[in-house]
Design a protein around this ligand. Structure first.
Ligand code: PEP
Length: 251
């Protein structure tokens, strides 16, 4: 079912004390009813974040996980480990993982399946780079990303999947897609999903927009009919700007 959701991707920011302080500040804010609020601290702070948010409306996501269930993968974290500390959601396919850690559709397909298998919800990120958009290939690129990582899945898998369209040229650049560009792509994503699955699924999947969402542009983006919320990077690192974005939601 489509649901209003705003998730903060903290990336490699916030040490133990900063993470605790940011969550404490968010718990003091009036976060709009009817909007699901999620934060994604770094791995070492997840367990504490789960405890700290236990009696609040804030939930906790991880930023990544390994595709294997367990074993000799030094330095890696499995989905079951995330579940064991109370994490329910994992972000997969973020453009920084794709660009700096070589994650491609084949690997992401494995990661998505591994996450679903242990009962994690997945926020699956995808989006085109600026060269693709300038060449008019952005719809094809997005279609290939969806097909490559997700379209082997059964329809029922989407009960655990949230999509996050994040045009790479808008991430951390201050350059936001216009509300019209976001709406156009989100509508395309639904039509692409309807072609692979069916209309009902396409209309019910939650699709977030991510890319330089700030307090001053959130309301217009969230007001688009096919945009269900946002994945927020930079502006999620301050309680006041993240709250203003959550509260910009027209619910
Ligand atoms: C992100 O990293 O997912 C993101 C959208 O970052 P920013 O909001 O800083 O563009």
């Amino acid at each position: 079912m489509r649901r209003p959701l705003v998730a903060g991707n903290w990336k490699m920011n916030c040490d133990k004390q900063e993470s605790a302080a940011l969550i404490a500040a968010l718990k003091n804010e009036q976060l709009k009813d009817g909007v699901e609020v999620m934060v994604a601290p770094t791995f070492v702070n997840l367990a504490a974040a789960v405890d700290q948010t236990a009696s609040s409306k804030i939930s906790v996501a991880a930023q990544n996980m390994n595709q294997h269930a367990s074993g000799a993968y030094t330095g890696e974290i499995s989905g079951a480990m995330l579940k064991s500390v109370g994490v329910d959601t994992v972000i997969l396919g973020h453009s920084e993982r794709r660009a700096y850690f070589g994650e491609d559709e084949a690997l992401l397909a494995e990661k998505v399946k591994a996450a679903l298998a242990v009962g994690l919800q997945v926020i699956f990120c995808f989006g085109e780079v600026i060269e693709d958009r300038r060449a008019g290939k952005h719809f094809d690129v997005v279609a290939a990303q969806l097909k490559g990582a997700l379209y082997d899945l059964e329809e029922s898998a989407y009960e655990q999947i949230v999509l996050a369209y994040e045009p790479v040229w808008a991430i951390g650049t201050g350059e936001t897609a216009t509300p019209e560009q976001a709406q156009e792509m989100h509508a395309y994503i639904r039509s692409n999903m309807a072609a692979r699955y069916n209309d009902n699924l396409a209309q019910n999947v939650t699709i977030l927009y991510g890319g330089s969402v700030k307090p001053n542009n959130a309301a217009e983006i969230f007001g688009q009919p096919d945009v269900d919320g946002g994945l927020i990077g930079g502006a999620s690192l301050k309680a006041d700007s993240f709250t203003a974005i959550v509260n910009a939601f027209p619910v």
